[in-house]
Design a protein around this ligand. Structure first.
Ligand code: NDP
Length: 300
């Protein structure tokens, strides 16, 4: 079998167009979505991410404010900045780029963000809302995985989904999002016994491990959908996912490539979260547009 390639780049583009349309609708009604990105220190990877986020947000018509702070910024200074952004009514989304320098307490900084502006979906109040099935703001990468399935006509309800990885950023929230969409979910991790046979049972495989090509082709059930979150750079500079792509695509029904799969979706969903936060702050009900109806469970 030759798997259908799920083109995350194209899907992210259409999400971003949808976001831009809703941002224009909000702006016409007096609320231009505002995103504040806080970058502490000079980690080169973070600089690149922040630059890409700024560019995408500007293209979507947002007001973007990037606040660059030196690596010696204190916890008190950072908390004061977050409080200032919380109080600023032109800022609807606050993103503090992680990781922070080691002397800073990232958990305390995330907890200081107003949950209604927490567009990364990491505040404990939003984590609780996801678990409780309430309206909140939810993490961007797992939302991107769900959106790829929705926009590719891949049904989730009633299906056996295996998520490999249980991080707070990807694996755990993805597990709850799939559960909210009525999948039967198994969450795996480094202590899972006989991972290959657990994955073999899955109709939907989500890999978020951070180990190059850990998931082999013969772990994949013929016809399964494979969503690869992993981004791993090999010694020769090549980027690979957590799934052995060539082997897996010979058995899967559909698969995301790396790069060009889940990666581009993360920023698209960050923009989507910001537009949702801005609309809620303004008390404006926006049409969901082409976003699949099923997404409501993880957007609401
Ligand atoms: P973490 O390191 O936080 O979590 C990795 C998870 O994988 C842990 O739960 C760990 O288990 C599990 N794990 C590790 N080794 C194994 C193994 N041999 N078998 C089974 N499970 C294992 O990573 P993240 O969740 O932050 O990221 C995962 C991957 O996704 C990375 O490659 C990262 O670069 C990528 N990523 C991509 C994004 C995108 O935009 N596309 C965004 C975020 C991440 P345990 O809990 O037991 O330690």
């Amino acid at each position: 079998m030759n798997a259908k390639i799920l083109d995350g780049k194209a899907i992210a583009k259409s999400v971003r167009e949808d976001v831009a349309r809703r941002a224009a609708e909000l702006a016409a009604r007096g609320t231009r979505p505002g995103l504040a990105v806080v970058l502490v220190g000079d980690d080169p990877a973070s600089q690149v991410y922040v630059k890409n986020k700024d560019k995408a947000a500007l293209e979507a018509g947002f007001a973007v404010r990037t606040l660059r702070k030196s690596a010696t910024t204190t916890q008190a200074e950072l908390l004061a900045l977050v409080r200032q952004l919380n109080a600023d009514s032109t800022v609807h989304g606050i993103l503090v780029q992680l990781p922070l320098p080691k002397h800073l307490d990232a958990g305390a900084v995330v907890r200081a963000i107003d949950p209604a502006k927490d567009v990364d979906g990491l505040h404990p109040e939003n984590v609780a809302k996801l678990v409780l099935g309430e309206r909140g703001l939810f993490p961007c990468t797992p939302r991107g995985c769900i959106e790829i399935c929705d926009r590719s006509g891949i049904s989730l309800s009633g299906r056996r989904a295996v998520v490999v990885g249980r991080s707070m950023l990807v694996g755990k929230p993805l597990g709850f999002m799939l559960l909210a969409r009525d999948a039967t979910v198994t969450l795996c991790h480094s202590r899972t016994n006989d991972l290959p046979s657990v994955v073999r049972d899955a109709e939907l495989v989500f890999a978020a491990v951070g180990k190059p090509e850990l998931v082999r082709g013969d772990w994949i059930r013929p016809g399964a959908t494979v969503i690869d979150v992993g981004i791993n750079r090999l010694a020769d500079g090549k980027l690979v996912g957590d799934v052995a792509f060539a082997e897996a695509s010979a058995r899967a029904g559909a698969i995301t490539p790396v790069p060009g799969g889940v990666g581009p979706m993360t920023i698209a969903m960050l923009l989507d979260n910001t537009v949702i936060a801005a609309a809620r702050a303004a008390g404006i009900e926006l049409r969901a547009g082409p976003l699949a109806a099923g997404s409501a469970a993880v957007r609401a």
